[in-house]
Design a binder for this molecule. Structure first.
Ligand SMILES: [Zn+2]
Length: 295
C-alpha cells in the first residue's frame, strides 16, 4: 500500500501539484513523483510505500551507514569524513547547550556513533532507532541500550538531536509535537536535513541523490523548516551550513546520471557547491537547524 498525501502537512492546503519525477537509483529502480504544495511551496514524495513495506527499500548490499566496512578508498574516505563530522556535531551540541553534560535524546541514532561520543563526554544519553540490526550493532560495539522508540517522560531532555532523520519520518506533524513535549522548557532541538534549495539540488535536478525516493518523504528548504518549527511552537535560533555533504551527494548524483568519471566530476561539483555555500549559506547541501521552544 502506498501513502497518498491529500493535504499539505505544513499549511493544510489541498492544491498539491506534481513537480518532478525521480527514480530510486539506490535500491529498487522504481519511479516516484515529487509533489509541491501550490499554497506554501512545500515539496514532498507522493505515493511512498507504507511503513510495513518500506523496509525492503533500505536493503542493499552496500547500505554503508549501517555497515562498518573499511575496504576500498571510498569507504576509507567515508570513515575519515564521518570521524570529522562526529567531532563537529559533538562540539556544536556542547557549544549550543553551553554545558558539558546533561540529558540528550538522539532520535534515529543508526549504529550509535554520535550517541556513544556524547556518552563518552559525560552526557546521559538516550537513543532510539527503528532498525533492529543497527540497534544490535550499537549494543555490541558501544554497549548502548538503544530503544525502538522513546519512553521517557515529558519535558526531560536538554537536547534532542535528529541527524538526517526527519526527512524519513512518516508521521511528521505528530513527531514535531512529540519533540515539543519531550524537550525541557529551556532545551534545544537540533535537526539536520538535506536542503532541496541547495546548489547541488539545482544542478542535479531529478538526479540529486538527496531526493533519495522513496526513503526521503520530505524535501525541506530553510524556509519550510523554519515554518514547520513555528507551526509547532519552536523558534529557529541558528542555522549551520553543512557544505561538505555536497561532495558525497554530488559523487552519488554523478553516478546516478551515469556520466563518466563520477568521482572526479562529483568532487568538482562539490567544490563549486562549497564555494556557493560560502557566500550563501542557505544554498548549502544540508543544513543544521537549532530550535528552542517558544515562551
Ligand atoms: Zn502547503
Amino acid at each position: 500500500m502506498n501513502l497518498s498525501i491529500k493535504t499539505c502537512p505544513l499549511c493544510d492546503g489541498e492544491k498539491l501539484l506534481p513537480a518532478m519525477r525521480c527514480t530510486d537509483f539506490y535500491a529498487s529502480g522504481e519511479a516516484f513523483e515529487l509533489y509541491r504544495c501550490g499554497d506554501c511551496g512545500f515539496l514532498f514524495t507522493q505515493g511512498v510505500p507504507c511503513s510495513a513495506e518500506i523496509g525492503k527499500y533500505y536493503e542493499t548490499p552496500d547500505y554503508i551507514s549501517h555497515s562498518d566496512s573499511r575496504k576500498g578508498l571510498v569507504n576509507k574516505i567515508y570513515h575519515l569524513v564521518r570521524a570529522y563530522m562526529l567531532r563537529r556535531k559533538v562540539n556544536l551540541v556542547e557549544r549550543e547547550a553551553r554545558q558539558q553534560k546533561g540529558r540528550i535524546l538522539d532520535i534515529g541514532t543508526g549504529t550509535g556513533y554520535f550517541a556513544n561520543a556524547m556518552a563518552q563526554r559525560g552526557w546521559t544519553v538516550e537513543a532510539t532507532e527503528k532498525n533492529a540490526a543497527a540497534r544490535t550493532f550499537a549494543r555490541t560495539h558501544f554497549g548502548l541500550e538503544v530503544k525502538e522508540q522513546n519512553t521517557s517522560p515529558y519535558n526531560t531532555f536538554n537536547i534532542i538531536t535528529l541527524w538526517h532523520v526527519m526527512e524519513h519520518i512518516e508521521d511528521l506533524n505528530h513527531t514535531w509535537q512529540q519533540l515539543h513535549e519531550w524537550l525541557a522548557a529551556d532545551g534545544l532541538l537540533i535537526v539536520a536535513v538535506p536542503n532541496s534549495r541547495s546548489y547541488d539540488a539545482q544542478k542535479y535536478q531529478a538526479h540529486w541523490a538527496a531526493y533519495d525516493v522513496p526513503r526521503h518523504l520530505w524535501h525541506f528548504t530553510p524556509d519550510t523548516m523554519v515554518r514547520f518549527g513555528s507551526r509547532h511552537h519552536f523558534t529557529c535560533v541558528r542555522r549551520y551550513p553543512m557544505p561538505f555533504d555536497a561532495f558525497y551527494i554530488s559523487i552519488l548524483s554523478e553516478k546516478y546520471r551515469q556520466h563518466k568519471f563520477p568521482v572526479l566530476r562529483g568532487l568538482c561539483a562539490g567544490i563549486a557547491a562549497w564555494c556557493s555555500a560560502w557566500f550563501r549559506p542557505d544554498r548549502s547541501s544540508s543544513i543544521i537547524y537549532v530550535f528552542k521552544k517558544q515562551a
